[in-house]
Design a protein around this ligand. Structure first.
Ligand code: AMP
Ligand code: GLY
Length: 425
């Protein structure tokens, strides 16, 4: 197969690396890609929003399958456009991607189908929201309903904080129209996990559970980022817990979407809180996670090209848990100092070849400038290592990461520690 991957982050580079292992893969193209994807794929500079042009490119290059990385093209209907032209594409339709695009939609769906999640109220008017917050127990979580690049949820400890959050979203409109509706929900205590299930619209296949590290500083402190590191499998998800997640969350979600006339194809990402009352959904995403993909795919003991193609075309014939290698995988994100706030780019990156001797270097915010690789984003690189234990994977990743240098390089020092604690006790 010739395959086109859409996106330019670490997730897309990790997808391309896995596709290249497949005997089914002939050539891979990436629109637009980064300095890393250029090694395994051919980067193509096309406008993703221009579906007609993209479709012409797919036809001219005899592309058999397109895989969409980020949420925006999905919520803008790229899958619908490709299907109108009978082209195989991996991802949900615009109607199914509402699961991520509208938290109000996903919360109502969970309530209707009894899928466990935090109790909530939806508001479209500021004064009603303010009244409600004044009477509510804190901590409480205030969320813009629409897409806000992972920054739309604010955990508020006090009424002062929650009133400020709702004012920022609804009055100052800090997330634009994403804040037209606000979801205010109960704060859930527990440990987070990311579950990925690939579906053809009817049957699903579950990948290894992972854990992200969303906060910018050690100890999960500071503002949320896209993710500062990840590891898989996540020991908080035991086999028993996975079964419960499958039965109470994954299967009912796909069934609900079918009943609503929005069958879900592609990968469903359920962000979960493992609470004392069992697993509950924090949010759904309509795509692979970044940086979870960087650790989930290396552990998948199977053929990604085949899996994605089947999900997008003929389908599966049963539900199941996909085979996972008996290893641990850890991804450390190297970021630009200042991220997720303001940061500078354009700095030369050195040490990549040396680091690649012992780690898999997955590029995120990088680009070529003449013959140099330079930083071009907040999250710059992912250093990914596999080991027999999580501790071993962590040590290898940190040791390889120390060989890479660029101005204002920043990383957390405690990626994986939450998981390692499980194995020590
Ligand atoms: P979201 O954008 O909905 O995934 O939320 C971002 C982050 O905020 C999550 O990964 C959690 O760490 C936190 N969060 C969101 N909702 C809740 C909740 N109801 N209870 C506790 N933490 C939450
Ligand atoms: N790592 C979280 C996300 O991809 O949204």
């Amino acid at each position: 197969m010739n395959i086109l991957v859409i996106g330019s982050g670490g997730r897309e580079h990790a997808i391309i690396k896995k596709l290249k292992e497949s005997r089914n893969t002939e050539k891979v193209f990436c629109v637009p890609g980064n300095a890393g994807t250029a090694f395994e794929a051919e980067n193509i500079n096309l406008e993703v929003k221009d579906h007609e042009n993209l479709i012409s490119f797919v036809r001219e290059n005899r592309i058999d399958l397109t895989i969409v990385g980020p949420e925006n093209p999905l919520t803008e209907g790229i899958v619908d456009s490709f299907k109108d032209h009978d082209l195989a594409i991996f991802g949900p339709s615009k109607a199914a991607a509402e699961l991520e695009a509208s938290k109000a939609f996903s919360k109502e769906l969970m309530r209707k189908y009894n899928i466990p999640t935090a109790d909530y109220r939806i508001f479209t008017g500021l004064s009603e929201a303010v009244e409600y917050l004044k009477e509510s127990k804190h901590p409480i979580v205030v969320k813009a309903s629409g897409l806000a690049a992972g920054k739309g949820a604010v955990v508020c400890e006090t009424p002062e904080e929650s009133l400020e959050a709702v004012n920022n979203i609804m009055s100052d409109r800090c997330f634009g129209s994403a804040g037209d509706e606000v979801v205010i929900e109960e704060f859930m205590k527990g440990e987070e996990a990311s579950i990925f299930a690939v579906s053809d619209g009817r049957y699903y296949k579950i990948l290894a559970p992972a854990q992200d590290h969303k906060a910018v500083y050690d100890g999960d402190r500071g503002p949320n980022t896209g993710g500062m590191g990840s590891y898989a499998p996540a020991p908080v998800i035991t086999a028993v817990m996975m079964k419960k997640i499958e039965e109470t969350i994954i299967a009912p979600t796909f069934e609900a979407m079918r009943k609503e006339g929005r069958p879900y194809t592609g990968v469903l990402f359920a962000g979960l809180m493992i609470t004392p009352d069992g697993p509950k959904v924090i949010e759904y995403n309509c795509r692979f996670g970044d940086p979870e993909t960087q650790v989930v795919l290396p552990l998948f003991d199977g053929d990604l090209a085949d899996l994605a193609y089947k999900a997008s075309t003929e389908g599966f014939d049963s539900n199941g848990i996909l085979p996972v290698k008996d290893n641990h995988c850890l991804c450390l994100v190297l970021a630009s100092g200042g991220y997720p706030g303001k940061y500078k780019t354009g700095f030369e990156i050195i040490g990549l070849e040396k680091a690649a001797e012992t780690a898999d270097i997955v590029h995120a915010g990088t680009r070529m400038s003449e013959d140099k690789t330079v930083t071009s984003g907040g999250r710059v690189l992912n250093v990914v290592c596999t080991g027999k234990t999580l501790n071993e994977a962590k040590k290898s990743a940190y040791s390889a990461a120390s060989l890479i240098e660029f101005e204002a390089k920043y990383n957390r020092t405690d990626i994986g520690d939450k998981g390692i604690r499980y194995y020590e006790n």
